[in-house]
Design a protein around this ligand. Structure first.
Ligand code: F6P
Length: 531
């Protein structure tokens, strides 16, 4: 019988996992390799271009089987299907979650809820293709009839992190074409530092905002428009070819002054942090070319198939989610580190941070009840080897349990082969050292490494658009599965609203009752300003 209780802790298998966790302190990962034949092979999985090793974990075969049984007991398969089939799983906003439709194989069978989106998806995709090709080929001209050399994507959160991360990751595919810049912070130095280096005659501003109401984005957009108007000695620049708007709220973009033909649309059923596959990906398509952008979608599609068709025990996103669930809910881990051994993936931790923390930082269930267990962990990280010389000390000898994802492309496009060799050896050395530890004599206990620290390793053949798409989709689906396990809505983000409202109220100096600390800070700010 499938378990469909709102309180996941009432599931018998939850209690089984709890019992198993009471003996977890006895688990030694190295011993598991001795007792379990072919553990590395058994506890690894692959999908085209991606190899996932999850053998270095505090997980016995019994624990793994129990986690898999848990997944089965909550009817995971059908709940995953609900998303792909376009059911309204985002209950607080009563809408479907269909970023997967943007990359779906349209020749396969789909529910009407999905199939009836294809016409619109194809229309938008055609526009991304047309715009990106015109801009890249030099046909798209600015006010002084010069071709575009630089694009500036102005957006924040999901309207920034994805394109920014992907453009950095896929720089090798840009072939020296149009340069891509990104502005997100309302701190004016961000936009100032960016535009101050650009030629307004050859700059295209892309205003990306799902809602087209986000203060940071609209303020920065207005500064950029003003800069263009002043430098080009003109007015009404928002309705020229120097400005493109990308939004799910076309009316707002038109009201802002952008001409309708320069607006790319996407739908409300695409969450901001899942919008990289939509028109929001325009800057990626301009930077690396539409065909490469399409390859990203292909990589994600391959993972969608892997996710829906592979048995749970070899299913990369599902296993990743279950491992995280084990540490988060039974071994009290508070955070999870993402460490790419690849400079081009340096923005991946921030991207996954928004994806995961905005999705699963929730404390009520889908039906509104307060949850009694831990939900999403703190996601953090940065590139290796830099991290080794910064925070790895704590990972090796600190007191906290922090599971890690090590991620590395095996082949890199740069020509420094020795560096790549050292980079990969460093990654392998770290996951090994964390696991094996080192015993020193008692007199030198400060040198002691306890070891037994868990990590996964994700090897990517090479950092291609297809493999990047696959990697992102893996993390998207991991996030979905954990949200299902915790019975929460991974697709809303009401927790960001209060801060936005208070910020407006503080700015307008409304009759706002302000606490003592904030009042003091306000008066110090006023004092410093008046000097
Ligand atoms: O404030 C959070 C958020 O709503 C994110 O979910 C979103 O990605 C970001 O703001 C930007 O929103 P928009 O694309 O509507 O400008």
């Amino acid at each position: 019988m499938k378990f469909d209780n709102r309180d996941q802790t009432k599931n018998k298998i939850w209690s089984d996992l709890q019992k198993l966790s009471s003996d977890a302190h006895k688990i030694n990962i190295l011993d598991l390799f001795k007792s379990q034949k072919n553990r590395a092979q058994t506890m690894s999985a692959k999908s085209e271009g991606i190899f996932f090793d999850f053998s270095k974990h505090l997980i016995t075969p019994e624990i793994l089987n129990t986690l898999l049984a848990f997944a089965d007991s909550i009817d995971l398969k059908h709940k995953i299907d609900d998303m792909f089939d376009g059911k309204p799983i985002n209950k607080s906003e009563n809408r479907a979650v269909l970023h997967t439709a943007l990359r779906a194989d349209q020749n396969k069978e789909h529910t009407p809820e999905v199939a009836n989106k294809f016409q619109d998806i194809n229309h938008q995709s055609q526009k991304i293709k047309m715009f990106s090709e015109e801009i890249r080929s030099g046909k798209w001209l600015g006010l002084t009839n010069r071709a575009i050399t630089d694009i500036v994507n102005i957006g924040i959160g999901g309207s920034d992190l994805g394109p920014r991360m992907a453009c950095k990751a896929l720089k090798a595919f840009a072939n020296g074409g149009v340069r891509a810049h990104f502005v997100s912070n309302v701190d004016g130095t961000d936009i100032r530092d960016t535009i101050s280096e650009l030629d307004p005659e050859t700059t295209l501003i892309i205003i990306s905002s799902k809602t087209f109401t986000t203060t940071e984005t609209l303020m920065n957009a207005k500064i950029a428009i003003n800069w263009l108007e002043t430098s080009l000695d003109t007015t009404g620049v928002e309705s020229t070819n120097h400005i493109i708007g990308i939004t799910a709220n076309t009316e707002n973009a038109i009201r802002f002054g952008i001409k309708a033909s320069n607006i790319l649309n996407f739908s409300n059923w695409v969450g901001g942090r899942y919008s990289i596959w939509s028109s929001i990906g325009l800057s990626i398509a301009i930077y690396i070319g539409f065909d490469n952008f399409d390859q990203m979608l292909k990589g994600a599609r391959l993972i969608d198939h892997h996710f829906r068709e592979t048995s749970f025990s070899k299913n990369i996103p599902i296993v990743m989610a279950l491992i995280g669930f084990w540490y988060n809910n039974f071994l009290n881990a508070q955070s999870h580190a993402v460490i790419p051994y690849c400079e081009r993936l340096s923005l991946l931790p921030s991207y996954i941070q928004q994806l995961d923390m905005e999705s699963n930082g929730k404390s009520v269930s889908q039906s509104g009840e307060k949850i009694s267990y831990q939900t999403g962990p703190v996601i953090w990280g940065q590139t290796g080897t830099n991290g080794q010389h910064a925070f790895f000390q704590l990972l090796h000898q600190g007191t906290k349990l922090i599971p890690i994802d090590f991620i590395a492309p095996v082949k890199q496009s740069n020509s420094y082969k020795d560096n790549q060799e050292v980079l990969l050896n460093n990654m392998l050395a770290q996951s090994m050292a964390l696991m094996i530890g080192r015993k020193e004599p008692k007199t030198q206990s400060y040198k002691n490494y306890s070891g037994n620290k868990p990590s996964s390793t994700i090897l990517i053949d090479e950092l291609s658009p297809k493999n990047l798409g696959a990697l992102i989709a893996i993390y998207e689906h991991k996030t979905l599965v954990q949200g299902i396990i915790w019975g929460i809505n991974s697709f809303d983000q009401w927790g960001v609203e209060l801060g936005k409202e208070l910020s407006v109220a503080l700015g307008e100096d409304l009759d706002l009752e302000v606490d003592e600390s904030t009042a003091q800070l306000k008066s110090i700010i006023a004092e410093i300003r008046s000097l």
